[in-house]
Structure formats: C-alpha cells, structure tokens
Design a protein around this ligand. Structure first.
Ligand code: DGI
Ligand code: FE
Ligand code: FE
Ligand code: FE
Length: 188
C-alpha cells in the first residue's frame, strides 16, 4: 500500500489542473462527511482521490477496455460520463493496483448512484456534488442538506441530476433510473 503522497502524484499526472483541484475538493468534502457520519478516513481518502482517475482517458482507450474486459457492453452508448466510474474501476485496478472492494464499489457508483449504497458510496457520491469548487445554483442547498442527513442529500442529488439530464434530453443510464426509483420514488 503506497502513501497518500504517491497516490496524489499518480492522480495529478493523469488529469488537468482543474480536475485535480476538483479531486482534492472531493477528498476534503468526503473527509468532513466521513468524520460526521463515521467512515474510515484512509478508505475515504483513497476513494475520493481515484474516483475520476479515468475521466480523461480517450474514448478509444475506454471502448477498447470495455470490449476486452468483463464489463457489460451495454454501457458503450453512454459515453465517458458513464464509463469513467464503471470502467474506471478496471483502470484503477490495473494502473494503481487498488483491490479494496469497498473503494472500487464507491468509484463504480459515484456517477449513477445505486439502489443499494454503503456509507462510503454515499459519501463519495455526495462529496462529488458538493465539494467547494462546485458552483451550480443548488449547491448551497445540497451542502446544507448534507450536514443534516446524508440519505436526504443522496436523494436531493438524484432528483436534480436527473432533472438536469432530462432538460438536456440526455440518455439516462438504467442504474440512474433504478437509483431514482429506490431513493426518490420509494421503490424497494
Ligand atoms: O465526473 P464528475 O464530473 O466529477 O461527476 P460525475 O461522475 O458525478 O458525473 C459526470 C456527468 O455524468 C455529470 O454531467 C452527470 C452525468 N450523469 C449522471 N448520470 C447520468 C449522467 N449522464 C448520462 N448521460 N446518463 C446518466 O444516467
Ligand atoms: Fe466522476
Ligand atoms: Fe457525482
Ligand atoms: Fe468527480
């Protein structure tokens, strides 16, 4: 197991300065939520630092990876917004040798959420949305909710992400809808 410093260097080397600042912001927000809601800080740090590791890979590289790995080819039409979490797990497994299943799962569901989420999954999902560099209109409200109730923050984020995607006529990944049905529409 490497140190945080080594991981920071690796992560910094595969993304823009702007995205690296976002990643540091996610780690900071995730630390805050981990202390508040009782998650282990080392796991939280690693998950936050690697969550967008595959975000700047080329489409060609990601498509090749999805085709040759066990990842469901049904994700292919959705683009890197969906690939970088689900297939990103394969990338961080190979390039960073991360094998902690809880960390990998938090990366896997950080964009779409999931009907079943661990505390770490929720922390990374919400921290990604509320970190200090985010500036969209609803972010202050999301931050306030995250201070009160982590599950309500997941729900708020799902509602507004889906609204935003639908307003743009974007393709909705089935797992995003599944998460919405569970967290928002009360489907068990
Ligand atoms: O990687 P980040 O920009 O930090 O954030 P993210 O991984 O949470 O989300 C990346 C983008 O993916 C964001 O614009 C929202 C979008 N997204 C979330 N769910 C879906 C989605 N895009 C599509 N097309 N379909 C989804 O279901
Ligand atoms: Fe992401
Ligand atoms: Fe997110
Ligand atoms: Fe992110």
């Amino acid at each position: 197991q490497g140190t945080r410093e080594e991981l920071l260097k690796r992560v910094n080397s595969v993304m823009s300065e702007k995205r690296f600042r976002h990643v540091l912001g996610v780690e900071k927000a995730a630390f805050h939520l981990a202390e508040k809601y009782g998650e282990e800080l080392e796991k939280t740090s690693i998950a936050a630092l690697v969550h967008d590791y595959a975000k700047e890979k080329s489409d060609d590289e990601m498509i090749a990876l999805i085709r040759e790995s066990a990842i469901d080819n049904k994700i292919l039409p959705f683009g890197n917004n969906i690939w970088h979490g689900i297939a990103g797990v394969e990338v961080i497994t190979r390039e960073l040798a991360i094998d902690n299943e809880e960390i990998l799962q938090a990366v896997r569901v950080h964009t779409t959420a999931s009907s079943q989420m661990s505390l770490l999954d929720k922390i990374i999902f919400v921290a990604d949305y509320i970190e200090e560099n985010r500036t969209f209109p609803l972010v202050e409200e999301a931050r306030k909710i995250a201070e009160e109730n982590l599950d309500f923050a997941v729900k708020f984020e799902l509602i507004h992400t889906l609204e935003h995607l639908i307003a743009q006529n974007a393709k909705i990944y089935p797992q995003t809808i599944e998460a919405y049905n569970t967290w928002v529409a009360g489907m068990k």
